[in-house]
Design a protein around this ligand. Structure first.
Ligand SMILES: Nc1ncnc2c1ncn2[C@@H]1O[C@H](COP(=O)(O)OP(=O)(O)OP(=O)(O)O)[C@@H](O)[C@H]1O
Length: 665
């Protein structure tokens, strides 16, 4: 059994329904230490045969046996391993990776060995020394002569220490001096006990071999042994591994660095989409915060004022009254009935407190038809006991009322002191007068002098006092203090709507709705929902920019695949797996995604600064607020979009046929 055996290899191409047979049954045996020259005319099928031996082409009849193992029946993974570990390719047109320097081109093969990085550099440097290129290690392929390029290719083929070196027209593009040098190197490789198979149409080159095989018209015409094979040399077994994502990522970086302008533009383009999304989200949350800030600076949205739902008081007596006295009595009765109906009891307050998410229920007293008298002026007012719906921040002068004190609306202060001097109302004494119903169901008027403790910024004539003040006022006429509203304090704005629903659901004994409520929590909640909706719509519109950037990434990656087709062929010939090839493009997409997101977020911050500075003089509030969540979201969207955009190009690259890739023009 020979080291490598070709059994009846037959290969045909079908073009326009016409079968063109290229190899017509090739039988050959090769051993280690042989330097085989396959000599033949152009178009005779030499390269086709090399691709079959090298495991790049498996569309043929017959078989290739490596130490008895059929290459034809090798599954993909084993075939990758065969190319990685057993075969080293040298091509007529060198096929160096243009964006890698000489050392990195040689290292490409070494990356598939388990040597440490330092060992790999040492091996690669040693190989470059051997082919006479130690000085050029850091030059790029376009800075080398043809002969130098081919020597780099030889060093790369040797790097993984393969058993077979396949050289397809290695001197085809070289002058005679370089041909001589390259053939000398190949000869020395064979002398180390490796199997070297070269393809040539030059008799002179073929004469370097230990055996010349004439291939013509797809057949072996004759074989000529012109030298003894070299002895096998014992060698240390090399440990191999596949190219990992890290390696492919590094290669992508090197490629992107070489093509920096293209990638800079695409990153810039994609970042516009990301920054628009981030800014839209920031604007949405900024507007929401601003509106909430504006509203909550005036009212407490989580406090709901609850009062009894007014039932119709019968006006029968009033309508039937015959005398003025009867009419007055009837009205008095109506007032008593209304006051009674409006009363909120402790038991009912407990019912309100029992609702989920209600923190407290505080009872208070409210009266309309109140008169606030100061000097000769009498101003119509409403009285209310102090409660959490009155926010301290609305008190612009003075403080909340203590006992026998009153907090008044700005309008009342203006009426008392005049528009310009209204602040002077602070500390003045106002006589507050209101009607009440006493124990004997008689309408009485109660009155008390109260000191102004503060002025609110609300434009009304309201007077706000402590319950104890009202109690004392009512007590002057022996009227019992009966609260007629409740303030329900809810734990969170989001629960306001639900609590309000439940307040509405509380029924009287007669199955009628018991309470009415006033509060703006549900309004704010609805407002927030609308703002969120508008933000989402705007973000969606900004997302169109992302769609455009996704298309740009797809186009750039397709261009990249097309430009790198040969490189893909070389990588496959060196033993890279399909997965490694697709990783090459996913790594590019990932880099674009991450960098576009970073640039987009920086742009977003810039827009935020610009927008907020521009609007500051107007509203004194930062209207754009890019949250960390929005930034994380922008980053995620950018990466996901880029990776999705890479799916098709990466898939296409991975599926490229190695032979076709290598012959790509
Ligand atoms: N993909 C293909 N489809 C159809 N025909 C092909 C294909 N690849 C190669 N051929 C044909 O196969 C024949 C052999 O090609 P091959 O490259 O093996 O020849 P060669 O002996 O290496 O020639 P050269 O020395 O010029 O490189 C040629 O006639 C070529 O036209």
């Amino acid at each position: 059994m020979s080291f490598l055996e070709l059994h009846n290899i037959r290969k045909a191409y079908t073009l326009n329904h016409h079968e063109n047979v290229i190899l017509k049954g090739i039988n050959l045996n090769f051993d280690r230490g042989e330097f085989i020259s396959i000599l033949g005319e152009s178009g005779g099928g030499k390269s086709t045969l090399m691709n079959i031996i090298g495991g790049l082409d498996h569309q043929y009849d017959g078989d290739v046996l490596l130490e008895g193992e059929s290459i034809r029946s090798m599954h993909e993974k084993r075939l990758d391993k065969y190319r990685r570990e057993t075969v080293g390719f040298i091509f007529q047109n060198f096929n160096l990776v243009s964006y890698l320097n000489v050392l990195d081109n040689v290292m490409l093969s070494l990356k598939m060995t388990r040597e440490s990085h330092a060992e790999q550099v040492k091996t690669a440097t040693g190989l470059l020394k051997r082919v006479g290129l130690a000085e050029q290690a850091h030059q790029f392929p376009n800075e080398l002569s043809g002969g130098q390029k081919q020597r780099v290719a030889i060093a790369r083929a040797l790097a993984s220490d393969p058993d077979i070196i396949i050289a397809d027209e290695p001197t085809g593009a070289l002058d005679s001096q370089n041909t001589l040098e390259v053939m000398d190197i190949l000869y020395s490789i064979a002398a180390e006990g490796k199997l070297v198979i070269t393809v040539t149409h030059s008799q002179e080159v073929a004469d370097y071999g230990t055996r010349i095989v004439h291939l013509d018209d797809g057949q072996i015409h004759d074989e000529l042994v012109i030298g003894a094979p070299f002895d096998e040399v014992e060698k240390e077994p090399t440990k191999y591994r596949t190219l990992g994502f890290r390696q492919m990522f590094k290669m992508s970086m090197q490629h992107m660095k070489r093509m920096w302008l293209r990638y800079l533009l695409i990153i810039f383009g994609s970042s516009i989409g990301i920054s628009s999304i981030v800014v839209m989200l920031g604007l949405g949350s900024g507007i929401q915060n601003y509106m909430n800030h504006q509203i909550t600076s005036q009212v407490n949205p989580t406090a709901v004022q609850v009062s009894k739902k007014t039932t119709k008081v019968s006006t029968k007596d009033r309508n039937n009254a015959k005398t003025a006295a009867e009419y007055k009595t009837a009205v008095n009765k109506e007032q008593i009935a209304a006051a009674k109906a409006a009363q909120v009891t402790t038991k009912e307050a407990k019912q309100l407190s029992a609702i989920k998410h209600v923190k407290t229920t505080k009872l208070g007293y409210y009266a309309s038809g109140v008169k606030a008298n100061y000097k000769k002026q009498s101003v119509s007012s409403t009285l209310q006991t102090d409660n959490p719906t009155i926010l301290s921040k609305t008190i612009k002068q003075g403080t909340r009322p203590q006992k026998n004190q009153v907090l008044i609306g700005r309008k009342l202060a203006k009426k008392m002191m005049g528009n310009k001097k209204y602040k002077q109302a602070l500390g003045k004494t106002v006589s507050v007068k209101m009607a009440a119903v006493d124990k004997n169901n008689k309408s009485v008027t109660v009155q008390k002098k109260l000191k102004v403790s503060g002025i609110t910024n609300s434009d009304d004539t309201n007077v706000i006092v402590l319950p104890s003040t009202v109690k004392a006022m009512l007590n002057t006429k022996k009227v019992v203090y009966r609260p007629n509203f409740g303030i329900v304090q809810i734990d969170k704005l989001a629960h306001v709507k639900n609590v309000e629903k439940q307040i509405k659901a509380i029924k009287t004994d007669k199955k009628k709705q018991m309470f009415n409520y006033t509060g703006i929590g549900d309004l704010i909640d609805s407002l927030n929902t609308y703002i969120r909706l508008a933000t989402n719509v705007l973000t969606g519109v900004a997302g169109i920019a992302l769609l455009v950037s996704a298309i740009m990434i797809i186009v750039v990656l397709y261009v990249s695949v097309s430009e790198r087709t040969r490189e893909i062929g070389v990588l496959r010939a060196l033993g890279a797996r399909k997965r490694d090839i697709s990783h090459l493009f996913f790594a590019e997409a990932l880099t674009i995604g991450v960098l576009a997101a970073i640039v987009g977020i920086i742009f977003g911050q810039g827009w935020q600064l610009l927008g907020n500075t521009a609007i500051w003089s107007l509203i004194k509030y930062p209207i754009v607020r890019i949250s960390p969540m929005a930034m994380v979201g922008g980053m995620t969207v950018s990466i996901v979009i880029s990776l999705l955009a890479a799916l098709a190009p990466a898939h296409m690259a991975a599926r490229l046929d190695p032979v076709e890739s290598l012959s790509h023009e």
